[in-house]
Every structure is written in C-alpha cells, then in structure tokens.
Write a protein that binds this ligand. Sequence first.
Ligand code: GDP
Length: 591
Amino acid sequence: MTQQQEAPTKTVRLPRALTVRELAEALNLTVIDIIKEVMKRGVMASINQSLDYEVAAAAAESLGFAVESEEDTAAPEAEVAVVEGEVEPDEDPALLQTRPPVVVVMGHVDHGKTSLLDAIRETKVAAGEFGAITQHIGAYQVEVKGHKITFIDTPGHEAFTQLRARGASVTDIAVLVVAADDGVMPQTLEAIDHAKAAGVPIIVAINKTDLPAANPEKVKQDLTQHNIVIEEYGGDVIAVPVSAKTREGLDNLLEQILLVAEVTVDPKANPNRPAEGVIIESEMAANRGPMATLIVQKGTLRVGDIITAGPAWGKVKAMFDDRGKKVTEALPSMPVEVMGLTTVPRAGDVFTTVADEKEGREAAEEREREVTDSTRAVTLEAISGDIAAGRISDLNIIIKGDTHGSVEAIRQSLERQGAVDVRVNIIHSAAGNVSESDVMLAAASRAIVIAFNVKIDIGARRVAETERVDIRTYQIIYELIEDVEKAVKGLMAPVFAEIIDGHAEVRAVFRVRGGRIAGCMVSDGFVRRNSLARVMRGGEMIHESRVSSLRRFKEDVREVTNGLECGIGVEKFETFAEGDIIEAFHTEQRG
Ligand code: GDP
C-alpha cells in the first residue's frame, strides 16, 4: 500500500492542520498507512485526531508525495472547518472522554452470528456475576481487561442498516462472521457493502474453525478478491479464527476489537452533558407500559430526566441494565432499558434530553410532523436536481440484475459516467431480486436502486414506499445508462407542484415581543406552523416565506383549521394590514 519507494510524483496541498482521516483521503491511502507513518515520528494519533502541518507534511513526503502549504491561500473559515474535523461545535475536544466501542455482528445466514453473540455474552457476563439472569434487552456490554465493549444483540446487516435509515449511526465496528467450512457467501458480500456504505471498519471472525472441513485460508483469499484485504495479505483488515462452539479464539477476537477501537475509531464522548443517543429496541410490556432499549451516545442519562424519541417522550421512571439490574444512570455507549415513555418509539429513533415536560411534548409533536411532512423522496430526478444545484456531488447506486455478467457490465458502464465534479458510487451490486435489505441500504445511503431484468420482492416494494426509495426497472441497458448519464449532468431536474393548504384573513395586527403578528380567521383549509406561506394584498403577492409562529389563545399550536381564529407570524414580514390574506401552501415532488 505504501508508496515509499516511488519518486515524488503527486503534489498535495495541505492545510495548517488536518485529521488523520483527512490526510488519508488527501493522499488516497488508508488510515492505517497514515497512523503507521506518523507513529514512526513518535506521534500516536487516532483517526479523528488533528495533525500539525509539520507532522502531516513529513508523513506525506515519506509516503512519496511532494507537499505544498495551503497556508497563504486558504480562507480562514476553511481552516477552522478542517481543524475541527468531525467534532460538533458544542463538543469541546477537551471535554471528550474515551467511551466503549459499539459493535455489530454481521454475516451470512447460519455462519454463527447468534452463536457468537451468545458465546461472548455467556463467557464474559455470566462468569463475572454468578447467578445473574441475563436479560435480552437488545444490546449488552462485556468487560475485557478493564475495557468495556458494547454489542448490539440483533445480528445482521438488515437491522444495522435499518437503524441507519432512520438517521442513527450508533455502530463503531462491524464483526463480519464467515463460517470457515462454507466461505464467502452472498450475504457475506452484502454485509461488507453495508458496512462500507456506513464507513464502519470491519473485523473478520472466521468461525467454526473446530470443524474438520474448516478452511480459514480460503476464506481470507476469497475476501481479498472482494476488496477485504486481510493483514497477512498486505491489507489492513484483521481476521481472527474463532469457534463459537468451543469458544476458542473469543478472547483474541475481543482484544482485536479493542485494538481497532483504539487505533482507528477512537470513540469519544462528553459524559457531562444532557444525554443523547439512539433507540435500538422497543416494546409495549403488559405491566410496565412502553419499554425502550437505548444506547447513550453522549452525555449521561439519569432517572428523572425527560427525554424525547421520535414521536415518544416521557420522564425516565426507571432504568435497567443488560442484566435486568436497576440503575440510576447510563454513561456513553451503555445500553439500558428505559421505563416511562408515553408511547413506543421505533428502533433507530434518536433520543435527546429536554428541560421539562412541555418541551418534551412539543419536541415529540414536532418530530412527528417532520416525519410526515418532510421525508424527501430520493429519486433519480431529485438527485439530479441536487447535482444541478451543486448541493451534492455523489450519485449512490445499488444495482440488482438477472445475471452476474449483466450486473458487472452495468457496473462498469455506470462507473464511467462520473463527471469532473460528480462521483458515481456503486455501493452494492449483485445478481438477484431487489430485496428489503437493498432498499434499506438505499434509504440509509440516499441511493437509488436499479433493477435490470429482475423482480422486486413484496417486502422491498413496501419498504420502498414508506422510505420513499426510487427503484428503477429497466430491460434495456442503453436506457439505463442514458438515464444515469442525464442525472449526472443534472439534466433530470425534478418537477415540483404547489398545493394550497388554506387561507387566513387578517382581522387585526398585534405588536409582540420581537415583531408583529396577524390576528386571523382561517377561511378555508388549514394553516400549519412552519408551512410555506405568502401574504396577498388586493389580489397581489407582497411577500413569500414561512409561517414562523402559530398560536391560539396564547398557546403554540401546530395547526389551525377552517373557521377558527388564530395569531400568525410570518418569517421576515411585519407590515400586515387588515384585509391581507395569508395563503399557506406546500410543494410536492412530481415524477
Ligand atoms: P446465524 O444464522 O449466523 O445467527 O447462525 P447461528 O448462530 O444460528 O448458527 C448456525 C448453526 O451453526 C447452528 O446450528 C450452530 O450451532 C452452528 N454453529 C455456530 N457456530 C459454530 C461453531 O463455531 N462450530 C460449529 N461446529 N458449529 C457452529
């Protein structure tokens, strides 16, 4: 992988500081290459760590690059953005502390994912606490040499990608289970693509090594052919032989997980802030009401905190850990089962802590509205429009075709379609029908699905409808390529239709703190908070923006319908006059 022996051929321009990941991207090398290189200079850096120009430049030079400084030309804003990397503005790096990695187990059916999760839990959990009843709450934590690891207990890339499709990125590392007697199978490849699309590093667990037919070397070779290059073959992916049955190799696997966590992921969070995280499982329990298992991603969750998660909210009445034990607080990466929510949230819903019950209720209502109103369909037309407007520079595609040959032919033709500033990424391609997991992957990665001479599974069609994923079916390769070509050039702009929701007549104008609002009567349809709106006077439009506030009897409301009085505030507009008409509308994408 390294280019040490080559003469400097490429010149890179580096900013005053950049992270290991950014340097790897700039040089088109792996993160491991960079970490090894800077380590030689005595710098122990992790993936998101910022490197000084001197260190980055020296590493790049010894990797065969000629380096120039961006210092003189770069705009100050750009430098700040680079230095901060992935850190959110509210997270001062000084406040971050290492948290346990969150691990998901994936692989082909029957290769031993469940057995492996059970074996790890039994050896590490039960041994430590004699007599403890092990609960299945959807995730568990084990401790290895004083370090914790969180495992998500639902194996498989489908569940993993479903969480991602709802916007949650909870997983740090994927363990890819491959049975040593069976080798790389279709779902192994699917799992690889799902992990790659999420940017999650993979560790391979070569399972069932106790069987006489086990051939771990063949597994490694097959994986290499699919771009998972194991360390011994010069790559950077660790493979660990294990047996879920005899428990051989489990300790080694856990240690390798810790190593990858430390070296490439470096998971961190600030525990001293209100908690945020992800719901990973939920149910309506007969005698306890809505129960939700969540993983805290940042902050600390405490009994008594008020949280909102998707359409649910509530005060945390009690919390239970993975052993069913009552706990009063949950730190980053810790899974807990929470009692006290008003309704059952969905797996993948993000939770946040709010100040009081009023805010909790409102946030839940708001989210529900967002879910129903603003889930944008990912269609080839919409993506094309985004490309034309310069909003995105990637076109993500999943290809399913009738034969391996046709899939490869399509893949190669489409990859050539990339323009100077638009990349065509084939995030997954395989022979076979379009499955539910394909559609989930598309939803999670804002990708479109191309189906060439294959059927769409019933489940896939259903998910495509709810997640609004574009599945395009073709029988002629030429037509398919032409469509993608148009999309890449931004020539397939979407068509938006405007739909009028209702009208409100201005009866009086009130001065309030921060501006003026119109006292109105809704004369037809309805008006919603945040809706698009225009102010009409004498039949002419005098302003167009949004409904910024909507009140009835001093209470904020989400919607006011025909025949009711209300107060309406309009964004960036104050000069209301009696008799003005406020027209509320929304747009819908057509085609
Ligand atoms: P999953 O579908 O990937 O979750 O696979 P399971 O964990 O259900 O395992 C499938 C089958 O393989 C079961 O019959 C397990 O008992 C068996 N199995 C799992 N791990 C091992 C192993 O390490 N050695 C052997 N011999 N059998 C295993």
